[in-house]
Write a new protein. Sequence first.
Length: 170
Amino acid sequence: MKNILNITKFWLNIFNNQPQITQQILELIKTILYQNYFQYDDKYYQSTKGIVMGSPIPSTIAEIYLKYLKETIVKHWMGTKEIIYYKRYVDPVIIIINQDVIKEEIVITHMNKIHKHVEFKMTVEVNNTKIYLDLHIYRNHDKFQLGIYRKPRKLTPPYTIYVIIHCDTN
C-alpha cells in the first residue's frame, strides 16, 4: 500500500503545486487503504494486500498505477522502438512489439518484476490472430485487419432466460 501512496504522490507533484493539498489527498487515501475491512461468515477481517471488493477506490488506484507504468516504463520502450504500439481500455492492455529488437518474453518478464502483487499475462498469437476485448486482430505480414470477435456459446435446452427489471421508486 506504501507503493500506491508513492505513485499517487508522484502524480500529485506533477499536477499540483500546492503541498498542503497533496498531503491532504495522501492522508485521505492512506485512511481508505488502511481502513480496508470486510466481513465473512459473521467475522470481520482487514485486508493485508489489495483492496476489498465493493470499495469505491480500487478502479481509481488501478488507473493511477497503470498510468504510472506507462509513464515510467512503456514510454521508454516506445522511445527505443521496442514497443511500437500501446493502448489500453481500463485494464486490458494491447502491446505490439518489434520482434527484431526485443522478444515478448523479455517484456512480460520485466513487467512482472515491477511489483510482486501485480501480474501481467500474455495471450499468445495463434495463426497470426489475437483476441482483444471484442476485437479479432489478424496480422497479415506488416498489416493488421480487425474484425468483431464473438465468444463461442453453447446453449442447450433446457435453458432459462431471466429478465430482471430494476425500478427506482424515489
